[in-house]
Ligand binder design. Structure first.
Ligand SMILES: Nc1ncnc2c1ncn2[C@@H]1O[C@H](COP(=O)(O)OP(=O)(O)OP(=O)(O)O)[C@@H](O)[C@H]1O
Ligand SMILES: [Mg+2]
Length: 385
């Protein structure tokens, strides 16, 4: 049986854990053609959630369209992509498509003949660069008109939306808002992981997206729900799990679905020959992942200053580090607070640490903590998979 714990890509169907409530919430927003800003830290499952919603939307007669802003370095390519994807979602005849698009001012149809003689219509920009914003607005306007003409309801999901700033920021935001706020045939999902950027877009009264839609903050999956999913698969695979406690796995993963999936994937392989899972196997998992990623951590480590390394080691050793407390500074022989603050800021900037809203610091990659702990205890070998 193939390993059911998938990670790294888009996970759908039976391999996707829980999120029933979130899917039905998003679905009901889209049924009302609402606008939702889907926000979470990285690797919580926003993209997977959007893809799992697609099936439900299609079943109910909606036309889902997905765009990832990462794929469009320039506004012109984004304008082309929106128009092309929406056109294809609503019209399958290349002929009709070409006709529709030829009515546009900034975009034009591109008809290709396939090896079997079939025709496929695409979209391209007439004048790139300067005209990109009008082209995008024209494209969005056309999407709404086409949906109305076809009597169809569209759901456009734009992933990595916090990247929007790369297209000349606020001018683009304002223009997009003014266009889409009148749309009555399209529901929008704007998804992004840079929480501060996303939330500022929607909550800042000065910003264009202020109150354009509701914010949906995606939290972790509840442990008991995730546990049901994990146990269901192990049972299906004929594994025996006697009195195994998974809390240590959830703690190490800090409830991030990607990290949970990764450890469960390893656990499945480790138990494949014996079909038996023991507590010891579960407890070794964080170190195994740390070892698999060690080349990456090694590079980060080499780029840190001596002071930063000492601070990182100290942070790794504490469950709930308080770097500004006297205790912490005394225990690890570091300080004063001003230099710790400077190191912390620099580590956050480099993406090694993550500053929580409550002012606490944690490792951006939870497994780095285990890698550092292992460095510090060089005589405790990392178990091999
Ligand atoms: N409900 C789930 N069930 C199983 N695995 C999940 C689930 N949600 C997320 N994952 C795992 O987490 C990984 C990352 O998910 P996804 O790419 O959707 O996160 P994201 O929030 O979009 O991350 P990013 O902000 O980095 O784009 C997936 O490849 C999958 O392994
Ligand atoms: Mg994503």
């Amino acid at each position: 049986m193939e390993n059911p714990f998938k990670y790294g890509g888009i996970v759908t169907g039976p391999y996707f854990a829980d999120r029933a409530r979130e899917i039905s919430e998003l679905f009901s927003e889209m049924r009302n053609l609402g606008r939702v800003f889907l926000v979470s830290p990285r690797r919580y499952g926003k993209t997977c959630l959007i893809f799992n919603l697609r099936g439900k939307l299609k079943k109910e007669g909606y036309r889902p369209v997905y765009l990832d802003l990462n794929a469009y370095p320039g506004l012109a390519s984004f304008a082309v992509a929106v128009t092309e994807k929406v056109s294809k979602a609503l019209e399958s005849s290349a002929d009709k498509l070409a006709k529709l698009i030829s009515a546009l001012k900034y975009l034009r149809p591109r008809v290709e003949v396939g090896p079997d003689g079939s025709l496929a219509a695409g979209v391209e920009m007439i004048a790139p660069g300067r005209e990109a914003l009008p082209a995008l607005l024209e494209g969005l306007h056309y999407c709404e008109q086409l949906a109305a003409k076809k009597g169809q309801k569209l759901v456009i999901a734009i992933d990595e939306f916090s990247d929007l700033a790369k297209y000349d920021g606020q001018i683009v935001e304002k223009a997009i808002r003014s266009e889409i706020q009148s749309h009555t045939h399209i529901g929008y999902i704007f998804s992004g992981s840079s929480q501060s950027v996303m939330l500022a877009m929607v909550r800042d009264t000065q910003r264009a997206f202020y109150r354009l839609g509701r914010i949906m903050e995606l939290g972790p999956i509840k442990r008991d729900e995730y546990m049901k999913f994990i146990l269901k698969w192990f049972k299906k695979g004929g594994y025996r799990l006697k009195e195994v406690n998974f809390e240590v796995l959830f703690d190490a993963a800090e409830d991030v679905p990607y990290s949970i999936q990764r450890m469960c994937n390893i656990l499945w392989e480790k138990g494949r020959s014996t079909r038996a899972i023991t507590q010891e196997m579960v407890e070794q998992l964080p170190m195994i992942v740390a070892r698999q990623d060690s080349a990456h951590f090694e590079l980060i480590w080499q780029g840190a200053s001596q002071g930063q390394k000492i601070l990182l080691m100290a942070l790794a050793r504490e469950q709930d580090p308080r770097p500004f407390s006297k205790d912490f500074q005394f225990t690890y022989g570091i300080g004063p607070s001003s230099s710790i603050k400077a190191s912390l800021d620099s580590l956050v900037k480099k993406g090694i640490l993550y500053k929580m809203p409550a002012g606490k610091y944690k490792f951006a990659d939870t497994f780095m903590r285990y890698w550092i702990l292992n460095l510090a205890e060089a005589d405790s070998p990392i178990p091999h998979i």
